[in-house]
Design a protein around this ligand. Sequence first.
Ligand SMILES: NC(=O)C1=CN([C@@H]2O[C@H](COP(=O)(O)OP(=O)(O)OC[C@H]3O[C@@H](n4cnc5c(N)ncnc54)[C@H](O)[C@@H]3O)[C@@H](O)[C@H]2O)C=CC1
Ligand SMILES: O=C(O)C(=O)Cc1ccc(O)cc1
Length: 354
Amino acid sequence: MTELRGPVRIVGTGLIGTSIGLALARLGVVVELVDGNPDNALMAERIGAGSRLVEIEPQLVVVAVPPDHVGAVVAEQLEQTDAVVTDAASVKSKPLADARSLVPDVSRYVGSHPMAGSERNGPLAARADLFDGATWAITPHATSDPDAVDLVRRLAEACGARTVELSVEDHDLGVARVSHLPHLMSALAAGTLADAPASHLELSGQGVRDVTRIAAGDPRLWTQIVSANSTALTGLLEQIRGELDRLLVALGKEEANDELTAILGQGVSGAVRVPGKHGTPHIDLVTVLVTIPDRPGQLAKLFADAAESGANVEDLRIDHSPGRPVGEVELAVKPGSVDQLVDVLTDRGWVVHT
Ligand SMILES: NC(=O)C1=CN([C@@H]2O[C@H](COP(=O)(O)OP(=O)(O)OC[C@H]3O[C@@H](n4cnc5c(N)ncnc54)[C@H](O)[C@@H]3O)[C@@H](O)[C@H]2O)C=CC1
Ligand SMILES: O=C(O)C(=O)Cc1ccc(O)cc1
């Protein structure tokens, strides 16, 4: 087994690179921070993700720059060091092809992809716990050195993630489905809001927030991501085009009809297949809605009462009622915990709905 001892050099200290640095700093691994923009490296250093100058040669280099630049930086690091080199890009075929076109031996390079992030970018958006419980794809290629694969797996684990290994090609097909297509759909839905009247936007609830959150991601970064995965995305978008035509026909009918129900039912069938948190199989959670006064200390009191019921809160969402001095807290719990949670909260005076 190959141990991750460090130093680890991180090239690209934005959201992902700085989050990796912060996660490794928790374990005391020495991290060197490098960025084409010196302000970003300085900021990452100031928030504790590592140091800009490390004298010792790196054991591992992590390239966390935008996809179009990954191949060139990987090639440069393979030439300048004896380290294992990985990257964090959202696509895997193009960086590998680019690196191969620049250096003859890419055996010390193993691609990888943490499946966690956010719609924000830059070092100030970074978090040490970003990858805790997340899935991290490891994508060895035909000539990857097995020890290098092992070391990249150790990196993901050190950052708190669980690893899955798959080929470069299969990775790109998979992320087209679970990440890149959802991003484009989110952008299309959010795009219709850009010139919507304020009176319509005022009606927004949690549904539209859920669907549009990822659309706020950096358009320049996402242009690189989706362009590098255009083949897989084209197939999926053609499928969606067929479904949109079907939907338009079904909506054109005067009354609600089976075709419409079938299209919506297909959505339910897909949604329930998305794995739950920490990569565990999806379990049906029940949402318990609690109305809370918008005052300091109320959330802390609610959590203390919920903990006393013995129910584990699996997920949480807070919504504010426009024009009312209250909030709605949605506590997602396992079905077996609902009765005890509702009983205890009701006893303590909370207004609870299931
Ligand atoms: N944003 C997200 O949620 C996720 C992004 N990724 C991948 O991680 C990589 C980084 O993305 P983010 O951290 O979100 O971007 P970011 O924009 O926050 O950070 C990118 C950093 O790379 C630097 N940079 C750009 N070109 C460079 C070069 N040639 N040499 C050195 N530094 C350079 C920039 O100055 C910036 O600090 C991308 O490849 C992206 O596909 C992976 C998982 C999630
Ligand atoms: O914001 C979210 O929920 C994401 O899913 C972030 C994300 C963005 C890009 C990736 O390649 C992987 C994860």
